[in-house]
Design a protein around this ligand. Sequence first.
Ligand code: PHE
Length: 455
Amino acid sequence: MTKSDRANFGSKLGVILASAGSAVGLGNIWRFPFETGNHGGAAFIFIYLGCILFFGIPIMVAEFVIGRRSRSNTAGAYQKLAPGTHWRWVGRMGVLAGFLILSYYSVVAGWTLEYICEAATDSFEGKSAAEFIASFNSFVGNPWRPVIWLIVFLLATHFIIVKGVEKGIEKSSKIMMPILFLLLIILAICSVSLPGAGAGIEFLLKPDFSKVDAGVLLGAMGQAFFSLSLGMGCLCTYASYFRNDTNLPRTALNVAWIDTLVAILAGFIIFPAAFSVGIQPDAGPSLLFITLPNVFQQAFGSLPWLAVLLSILFYILLALAALTSTISMHEVVTAYLHEEFNLSRGKAARLVTGGCIVLGIFCSLSLGVGKEYTLFGLTLFDLFDFVTAKLMLPLGGLFISIFAGWYLDKKVIREEVSNNGTLKLGIYHIIAFLLKYICPLGIGIIFINELGLLK
Ligand code: PHE
């Protein structure tokens, strides 16, 4: 494919929204709260913020540089910038990670569709916290319903992917992001004003660093990569469609703060409500789905129509946020198959969708009827989550930082960061330093620590 017939993001706002649309998703609203809950609250958040700042932002700039410079899918990008070397394996690992994440992420995305229906049919009314937990468990344990929703969700992703980059991704991001933001703020205000919410706020703000162990560090780092869509060439693939005048560091900063704000808001929705109704913060992947209906129920109990309306709107927006993320993962794998194997875009997309449906079904069943089949003590769903978010993405990030910090010609980074000298270079020096020293060392130490080698 030549440079000129590759797609482009139309406007600057489109660039930011599409990248933020990839970043903002279930990672912020579903995964961030349950990881925070599993790892003790405020101290985890503190470390997470450090990871965003010191690893996330520089590595995002590096992915942008690699993508826009090469104007290629993520594996092709390394081939162009480092021909004949093994760096292309970093891109290939990213493609594999994208494929695996898409498979289990779509399972949870499917749950949001079920909850749209439940909200619309008034199923939340009059239920207690215990009943919400029971109904979630019975839904996830059902062999059919989650699988059907998963397939519906992947087909929706597929549909947008084959419609093309600009029309599909850009338009959908532009409409939904601002509305989602507003609704999150409203829900956070409702949640913190519930009776007994104070304990949840304390859980979010009062760090207890004595509980920080290797698992907390790895969890926070993995969450930072997952939430920012980093380490698998997703933003690298998106950057290959950026215009030449897109300001890369500024886009990275904007995506990072939007993403972080959404995650923190989600925390302020989930924990005050969870503490208020007596749901354990370490309930795991079910946390969002068992806590949130309580917020609608408790905060708007006296106005049932408003509770129904807001809950439908919320789950629709959550599904759309998940959709802009699944699109971005799908695009990584589709662009790779399309450009590297000369498949048509349609055929490439069908292969990805089909493969993800099969793997996704296994992931979904592993939470219900297949619960007793575990590997290393983890269900297939949890295994996919662990291997991708905690191993593949940070490892990808580590290699990307080494590639940009040590291998790639400084001139390339300087040109891309400054748009060929038209922007100031101040931030370049900070990013170059972080990429060269702080990211490889920091990520490396967290990995080594996790293996127990530092004790
Ligand atoms: N960042 C997305 C989210 O927070 C998930 C994602 C991970 C998307 C990796 C693309 C690549 O939901």
